[in-house]
Design a binder for this molecule. Structure first.
Ligand code: FDA
Length: 398
């Protein structure tokens, strides 16, 4: 890899964005003998990789399948995902001697640091002569044969132009939505974007009931628009977060409810009836507290239920308890937005792209990969898997 001071002006491939997708694409195209330039407007490459997974990058998921992705065309991602699988990326991680472990549910994390993944990608790029320039936004892009564009230091012509500029999430990392604007300027359709994998906020009236629980988590099955996730929710100062909530947020639309089953392994009504026989003098709050923690169970009783010994509960009481807990129906006020969202839902319409190569159908030699495309993964390493797979697909053809 050569950094800065390059006077080269002709490349086979120029990639805008040195994130996960862009660097993967660069390494694959470079390995085919293509002369590749990667431009990034930020002062260092792979900033999202560095901050991902709490600094340890959840770089893939062993159980990743097309069902883990949201896209207006559910078939679009299948081709790229099947040609570059989690096992391909794991092989790369092992080739570079990066130690890793499974945390849970197939999620693979670096043992030490996300820096290992950025290093791996840069080493792959360097080995095949890819040039990577930081603090180099592209401007004055004109498509043609060749395409032309301007960097702050020189102008460039190239046969293939790859847009790997990510989405809107975490604007403080330099996410600007450049790729969406560029696509629109070419009349390539961009589907409405919104924050995904993001905490929910609650109305003040609702929030005051739970605000003092910030940091408390509960095992649940959380459902939005019929899609259910068995994971924890976490109470926060602003509302609700935790893996189940982040997953649900990608399916939720403003004005809808989410359903949180607080007793995921039980039919609660049946359980209460059984316990009425076995432990008749047990108080309701103590029974609920066995799953919810004492504090949460006490609050539920204060807010919506009457705490009584189980043998005094009527059929109506049991009905009221189950409708407060199984599920607990929550109407979020909104989300925390792009400021804390892990991903951007929506983006460049996949109908405008080839699923084999990621090339724009009406613009030969122009490719879109990674988060800028309307493909969004579930929490747990799937978004990086899409970045690797789409980057690899374009890298084979660009
Ligand atoms: P990405 O955003 O990574 O890269 C785009 C690059 O383009 C950036 O370097 C940017 O500076 C550059 N750029 C933008 N505009 C430009 C312009 N005009 N000119 C030049 N360069 C430009 N996923 C996962 O699978 N596991 C995880 O553990 C996590 N964790 C996580 C934590 C946090 C806090 C966030 C915000 C996100 C995650 N993700 C994640 C999601 C994951 O980070 C995301 O899906 C990928 O980084 C997307 O990769 P891309 O390469 O498409 O975009």
């Amino acid at each position: 890899m050569t950094v800065e001071t390059s006077t080269d002006r002709q490349f086979d491939v120029v990639i805008i964005g040195a994130g996960a997708a862009g660097l993967m694409c660069a390494a694959v195209a470079g390995a085919r003998g293509r002369r590749v330039l990667v431009l990034d407007s930020a002062n260092k490459v792979g900033k999202k990789i560095l901050m991902s997974g709490g600094g340890r990058c959840n770089f893939t998921n062993m159980h990743s399948t097309p069902d883990n992705f949201i896209c207006s065309n559910p078939h679009f991602a299948k081709s790229a995902l099947s040609r570059y699988t989690p096992w391909d990326f794991i092989a790369l991680v092992e080739k570079h001697g990066v130690p890793y472990h499974e945390k849970k549910l197939g999620q693979l994390f670096c043992d030490h640091s996300s820096k290992d993944i950025v290093r791996l990608l840069l080493d792959e790029c360097e080995a095949v002569g890819v040039k990577v320039l930081t603090q180099s936004p592209a401007s004055n892009i004109t498509l043609g044969s060749p395409h032309r564009l301007q960097t702050p230091k020189f102008s460039v012509s190239c046969e293939s132009l790859v847009i790997a500029s990510g989405g809107y999430s975490i604007p403080t990392l330099g996410s600007t939505g450049f790729g969406f604007d560029f696509a629109r300027s070419l009349d390539i359709p961009v589907l409405p974007t919104r924050a995904g994998l993001v905490p929910f906020t609650l109305e003040p009236r609702q929030l005051k009931n739970f605000q003092d629980f910030a940091g408390v988590s509960v095992d649940t099955v959380t459902t939005a628009q019929g899609t259910a996730f068995r994971e924890n929710i976490l109470f926060t100062h602003k509302g609700l977060s935790g893996p189940a909530i982040l997953q649900a947020s990608s399916y939720w639309q403003l004005g809808e409810a989410i359903e949180i089953d607080l007793f995921p392994d039980l039919d609660l009504a049946e359980h209460i009836q059984q316990m009425q026989q076995q432990r008749p003098k047990l108080e309701l709050k103590n029974l609920l507290g066995e799953q919810l923690t004492k504090r949460v169970a006490q609050r539920w009783c204060d807010l919506w239920l009457e705490n009584k010994p189980l043998d005094q509960l009527t059929a109506n009481d049991i009905q009221r308890i189950t409708s407060a807990c199984q599920p607990w129906t929550v109407w979020p006020a909104g989300t925390e937005g792009y400021r804390t969202a892990e991903v951007t839902l929506g983006g460049v319409d996949t109908n405008a792209l080839s699923s084999k190569t990621m090339e724009a159908r009406n613009h030969p030699g122009l490719y879109f990969i990674g988060e800028v495309v309307d493909v969004t993964g579930h929490l747990g390493g799937h978004n990086f898997q899409w970045a690797w797979a789409s980057g690899h697909a374009a890298g084979e053809y660009a």
